[in-house]
Design a protein around this ligand. Sequence first.
Ligand SMILES: O=C(O)CCC(=O)C(=O)O
Ligand SMILES: [Fe+2]
Length: 328
Amino acid sequence: MTSTGIKARFQRDGFVRIRNILNFENDLKPVLNSMEFVMNRIVLRYVPRKLQSEIIGLPFKRKYQYLTKLSIPNVNQYFSIRYSQQNPTSNSDFLACKSIFNLIKNRKIHKCLEKILGSEIASNPVQNSRIKVPEKKLEFDNLHDGLLGRTPWHQDAAVLDKNGQKNTDLVTCWIPFTKTKIKNGCMLIIKESHKLGLLNHGRGPKGQVEIKNKELLDKIESIPLEADVGDIILMDKNTIHCSLPNVSKSFRISIDLRFNKAGQPTGREPLPSFYVASKNKKNITVTNYMQWIALWEKAKEKCVSRKYLYKLHVPTFKGKDRDLAQVI
Ligand SMILES: O=C(O)CCC(=O)C(=O)O
Ligand SMILES: [Fe+2]
């Protein structure tokens, strides 16, 4: 796709899927290797010694499946790109690895983002890794947890603070690590919905942030965003999207990174943000992953004393003007 194509489509539709720009071996496999390294550490901690080497020898998916059956408390946190939201402690850990830092710093991704955000781009700390097991294997409680199960209809701006909701040009970069189809729970997106602006959201039964009266969206045409490994999907912060359930027999793995125009609020202060692209090379001060970790450690001090990583400001505007029912 030409560079003008990326910008024009993004502005017109609120999203753009860019085909085959990442290389599995160089750009993506290292992240899966890091996840597997973490899995092996979990095996050493939780699996009886006589079974450990057998489990460590399993292929990636079977190993993860084995671990999900062990009922390890908050096992998802080991694969999260940030500390836990509630009560982080000075020992809090996260998937802070070089491979994810390299993905955040990937020039091929920045080149696409530059068409949309311009030359001055910062990494935004709203980032998630999602390892979605087949829905049949999920406990009922996790069916609507967007990191493990279905992601409800929402706009990404809804998980920023008020300043970010208003003042940040945020672009989501969704990256599949497995081929993602309707069957294993690809995203659904409402074309041109970014033009509606931020809508009222509420909390689902498990606390998930979702568009108020989201059931109205099931009657509207949506686009299933199937994607191959190597593709990326860029989305506007106000684009309405969700994910389908994973009704396949296999995993669906993805990471969503975010970027914003440098200098703007992140919407999740004080979590780390740093330049990844700039015309002035002096702005690029975070060049290795240990500097990135240092930023997280610094942010952690503040989060530990206030006892949370970030608070959600679920958008609830006065009156009904910002209700989905009023705008569709
Ligand atoms: O991968 C998913 O299920 C949802 C992703 C999403 O909501 C996002 O990247 O903003
Ligand atoms: Fe989202």
